[in-house]
Design a protein around this ligand. Structure first.
Ligand SMILES: [Zn+2]
Length: 208
């Protein structure tokens, strides 16, 4: 943990000092991010680092496999939906980005099955993306492709599923409809450092 405390000291002496006016304005004026980014918890996919975002620029929501559940109300603890509601209705962000990534552990578990690990919460959570698994396996196994290809398809499919589920939130759908809000699907390849964007017309991911 010493490395992290050392990192904080470095941040305090350099980045914070260099951006004192920005931090001061954010502290007194509050945050007004224009972007909600929904990414994976994966430690290799840090949205602030990848996109060079300044403090206050991006409202970041990270969960296992960058998933958005369908809109549902009730007495349970909807952490992801609460963050989406706050970003969209209170902060009034103008863009929502769903960021998938290569080598996603959550998607790997979904596609390949695996141990009993995570049965309390992980499996029910990943069930949001079960159609991604079915689609990926159907496409690749029938073509004799390796399991890696199925994982990649499923990783990209999680982005499409999250975008579709976002549209089940009535106040979000309304904002997309009148142009106040735009949805984006992105995919980051950790190994090669490439970024892909989902093209809504061709429904394929195109390298940036
Ligand atoms: Zn992941």
């Amino acid at each position: 943990m010493d490395r992290l405390i050392e990192g904080f000291r470095r941040f305090r002496e350099t980045y914070f000092e260099d951006n004192r006016a920005l931090f001061s304005a954010l502290a007194s004026g509050g945050q007004q991010p224009r972007v909600l980014l929904i990414g994976c918890c994966d430690s290799r996919v840090d949205p602030g680092l990848i996109f060079g975002a300044q403090p206050g620029e991006m409202f970041v929501l990270r969960n296992v496999a960058n998933l958005v559940p369908p809109f549902e109300t009730g007495g349970t603890y909807h952490g992801t939906s609460a963050a989406i509601e706050f970003a969209v209705r209170s902060l009034e962000v103008e863009h929502v980005v769903v960021l998938g990534h290569a080598g996603c552990g959550g998607v790997r578990a979904l596609v390949e099955g695996g141990s009993a690990e995570g049965t309390d919460f992980l499996r029910p959570w990943m069930d949001i993306a079960r159609t991604a698994r079915d689609r990926a396996l159907a496409l690749t196994l029938s073509a004799g492709e390796p399991i890696e290809a199925a994982r990649r398809i499923a990783e990209q499919e999680t982005v499409a599923i999250s975008l579709a589920n976002l549209m089940t939130f009535p106040w979000l759908r309304e904002r997309v409809g009148d142009g106040r809000l735009t949805l984006h699907g992105w995919y980051f390849d950790v190994e090669h450092g490439d970024l892909f964007r989902l093209d809504s017309r061709s429904n394929t991911f195109q390298k940036v």
